[in-house]
Write a protein that binds this ligand. Sequence first.
Ligand SMILES: Cc1cc2nc3c(=O)[nH]c(=O)nc-3n(C[C@H](O)[C@H](O)[C@H](O)COP(=O)(O)OP(=O)(O)OC[C@H]3O[C@@H](n4cnc5c(N)ncnc54)[C@H](O)[C@@H]3O)c2cc1C
Ligand code: SF4
Ligand code: SF4
Ligand code: SF4
Length: 499
Amino acid sequence: MTENQSGEDEKHSQYDYSFDYIQGKLEGKKDSYGMLMKEIVRAGICTECGTCAAVCPVLEWDHLIGEPKLIGKCTGCGICYNQCPRTITDPIQLIGDFKTGYVGNTNIPEVIGGQDGGSITSLLCYMFDEHLIDAAVVTMKDPKNPWHPIAQIISSKEDAIKSSGSIYCHSQTVEALMDAIRQDYRSIAFVGTPCNIDAVYKMMSSPSGMLKYFMRAHVLTIGLFCMDSFSPEAIYSFFKKEGLDLSKIKKMDINKGKFHVYYDPKAEPIKSFTIKSLHKFKSSSCNFCTDLTAENADISVGSVGSGPNKNTIFARTGIGTEIIEDAAKKGYLTIEPYDTINLNAVLFLAKLKKVSQYNIQKRKVFIVKDSKEEEPRIETKPESDQTPVSPALGTRKVLRVSKAINEVEKVLNISLTNAIGHVLENLKIRIVSVEDLFEKRPWITTIKELFPYETIEIGYPLEVQEGEIIYENVLVEASTDEYGKIYSKSFKLAPPEKK
Ligand SMILES: Cc1cc2nc3c(=O)[nH]c(=O)nc-3n(C[C@H](O)[C@H](O)[C@H](O)COP(=O)(O)OP(=O)(O)OC[C@H]3O[C@@H](n4cnc5c(N)ncnc54)[C@H](O)[C@@H]3O)c2cc1C
Ligand code: SF4
Ligand code: SF4
Ligand code: SF4
């Protein structure tokens, strides 16, 4: 971390956070062998350098399948994880460099109770009042199309207040910025998601002919923290199906893994969804994004790590620091020093985002049911619910299998992941429902090749009577010519527990 510029001021030293301390925390018990296996080895990004095995007395290199193998009791010391060249453990790699961190909230009455702490709007109001900017690029709701974002050039404090609030969709902010420069605004505050900020940063720093624009205007960038955004058509049609009236929605926010929708921002949300359940509506680009905290902005603002009605704020540049501190001195917002507990929450989320890309499978195989005729019932042999062992692989688990019932589509989603460093050739998969020791609705398929750590996703249709799912036992088996039977397990399906 860079040093606080106002180092002679005693008070400011409390704003300095020791990256050594955080580094120490990361090397503690939290990051261990389990995480190394999940994030690096199972994700298929291990380079097989063998460092993890070299630094630990209870790890050895398994030459057969090319991965580390535990041969004793893991103490969870985290050294293997931290020494691995593929893990991201350095705080600067996670959230970028910054000068000072704050927890902030607005003091402007019209902004209190808005999105989070209202810090961005407060900074914009301060900059307009102080004549530091003559325009700002913000994102507002399209009046003709509820909750669709529309990037706007504003030139007053009143409009800044109107622009507060988050819209969780991509907004074409850069187009508005270029328009503002063409319209001869000379000092512009630009508010955007990390990807928006990156575009501006690149324009300002790459020799691609943008000189004429950026010599004419000074642009101060304010970046929002951003985990993901959604395709408006997809998510809003889903909201409509869920009975939500877009024109009545006053606020949306994301908090602790849930997406909340409010008709009245002062009351409880009218509906909440887990972020996981909304993943299919996520903008595809966000799957490839690793920047949570707008690492290239002058000022970054988010909600994670600071509690309700507050913001986490990072001043990354000298001018960013000065603006925040002067705005606070003049009463637009209150700032408090950021502590390591706050910072840990941001680091945790930043790490999830950085490593999420590792978990995108290079290739996914989706299988559609093709057997038209019901095969005759055959007697099933009760299987021991264990993964069979192939003599060639010893006790190693070859396939990792997970299942989830999709009640809407009335299918059992089964994911089978190749868990070893070998290609599985001619992988035969057999899925059947089992009723009183009889098999029915068999579904058999052969996958030519399943590469290491690739996943096959299968939607096995469940039996439905009068619109209701019949919960039965489902047997999943897999074998290859080379290794014989590599998986056999029956799952007892049950309706999800009602909360
Ligand atoms: C797509 C998206 C995802 C986010 N994900 C997270 C997250 O995972 N974790 C987290 O801590 N914070 C996230 N945020 C930021 C958070 O929602 C707040 O914007 C932030 O905490 C600032 O709060 P505030 O109270 O200061 O906002 P306000 O003072 O209300 O200011 C919000 C500003 O954001 C601008 N804005 C709104 N929507 C957009 C948009 N789509 N694109 C560009 N600018 C926009 C507005 O113009 C306004 O100036 C996300 C924001 C967005 C837009
Ligand atoms: S004991 Fe070995 S395997 Fe366990 S966390 Fe420490 S280094 Fe990793
Ligand atoms: S240190 Fe990391 S990259 Fe190297 S072998 Fe171990 S898991 Fe793989
Ligand atoms: S997740 Fe990344 S790509 Fe998606 S809106 Fe946020 S910053 Fe942009």
